[in-house]
Design a protein around this ligand. Structure first.
Ligand SMILES: NC(=O)c1ccc[n+]([C@@H]2O[C@H](COP(=O)([O-])OP(=O)(O)OC[C@H]3O[C@@H](n4cnc5c(N)ncnc54)[C@H](OP(=O)(O)O)[C@@H]3O)[C@@H](O)[C@H]2O)c1
Length: 345
């Protein structure tokens, strides 16, 4: 059994990890940490866990946590993660970090969009945790930087087209809508019920921090630098991200070529469901699952492809993907404990 700790277990991604790991056949949950709820049973923090999980939250001590576990999920805000991860690694545990702190290969990009990085040497070691692209590297990793939720949905929507070189690289526009749990469990005016319910708004236009993460990965696939336009929106629903991504098709690219490119790219990807031309996804059908559903339509009038992808921000966009990465790091099939979780309203 893999002994697992969750550092920052009282947040939304922390709960999602607990939910998935409780039914994982190869995992023993050994430690959950929270500063605010230290000494309190996790079932009081999350009443859904009553009668299901008897662990009590422990205070924050990286050395202790790292010694007890083979793997630690760091489900902390960025910067807090950067401070915690080096000691977790030093104490011998493998780490999957859900924050942005270990997603970037270039320290300068991180410091431009976030803040000074205190352990830039670890950026060279960390593997970007998108299994469809980095499966083999993840298997050997000691530290995984788990992708952001918006980037997961946008990169998966565009990766096959960019890799195949069939779209104009400077034409990509990603328009994404997220449920409110994307902002975490902490309270803030912008995410409180009356400010969100029955409204729909764009935010951080042309300045959202997930933009450089998408650019990093799409540029690597293209073999040259790509800049994209990214506009996030807040939707009054609890979970889910729907990304609508536009790109100009190169001359002469047919629907059949697009279909072949997607099918081939995701041939061995159990968590990407290629729906096909004209079949468009819905966040409801990926809720609580690790699937990313992708469909598209070519708008021949303007020679543009519109790709739509749907994920659950907390599962495929965070904790489900993290569990998938753990499976790979410990030599398990990547679907272990994840595949049979589906949702239907
Ligand atoms: N929500 C999503 O959809 C999503 C998707 C992808 C990635 N992520 C990333 O995953 C990480 C966790 O997200 P979340 O949504 O679970 O956040 P959250 O609900 O706000 O939870 C944050 C957790 O970190 C703990 N914590 C430890 N040090 C902290 C500090 N210095 N400041 C504030 N909290 C601290 C908090 O518990 P105590 O205060 O009790 O210690 C809490 O357990 C973040 O880096 C986030 O960007 C989130």
């Amino acid at each position: 059994m893999i002994k697992v700790a969750i550092h920052g277990a009282s947040g939304y991604t922390g709960f999602e990890l607990i939910r998935l790991l409780l039914k994982h056949p190869e995992v023993e949950l050994v430690t959950l940490t929270s500063r605010k709820f230290a000494g309190i049973p996790i079932s009081e923090v999350f009443p859904a866990l009553r009668g299901v999980c008897s662990l009590v939250c422990e205070d924050f001590s990286e050395n202790e946590v790292g010694k007890k576990a083979d793997l630690v999920f760091a489900a902390l805000p960025h910067q807090a993660s950067m401070n915690a991860v080096p000691s977790l690694l030093d104490s011998g545990a493998k780490v999957i970090d859900l924050s942005a702190d270990f997603r970037f290969r270039d320290e300068k990009t991180y410091s431009e969009w976030y803040q000074h990085h205190s352990t830039p040497e670890l950026l060279n070691e960390a593997v970007y945790g998108l299994p469809e692209i980095y499966r083999d590297k993840i298997k050997k990793a000691r530290l995984v930087g788990n992708p952001g939720c918006y980037p997961t949905s946008v990169i998966l929507a565009m990766a096959p087209l960019v890799k195949a070189g069939i779209v104009e690289l400077e034409s990509i526009i990603a328009d994404s809508k997220s449920g409110v749990s994307g902002a975490g469990r902490g309270l803030s005016l912008t995410t409180h019920f009356c400010e969100v319910n029955e409204g729909f708004k764009a935010y951080k236009v042309a300045e959202h921090r997930h933009t450089p993460e998408m650019e990093q990965e799409l540029s690597a696939l293209a073999g040259k630098p790509i800049k994209i336009s990214f506009t996030p929106h807040l939707v009054p629903m609890t979970r889910g991200i729907l990304s609508t991504v536009y790109a100009n098709l190169n001359p002469g690219v047919s629907v059949d070529t697009v279909t072949d490119v997607f099918k081939e790219f995701y041939e061995d990807a159990p968590f990407v469901r290629v729906l096909g031309d004209g079949v468009l996804p819905n966040t409801l059908y990926v809720r609580g699952t690790n699937f990313c559903d992708i469909g598209w339509k070519i708008d021949n009038r303007v020679n543009r492809i519109v790709v739509v992808s749907a994920i659950d921000n907390l599962t495929r966009g965070a904790s489900g993907q993290a569990v998938c990465n753990m499976n790979l790091m410990f030599g398990l099939d990547e679907t272990t404990g994840l595949l049979r979780t589906v949702w239907q309203p």
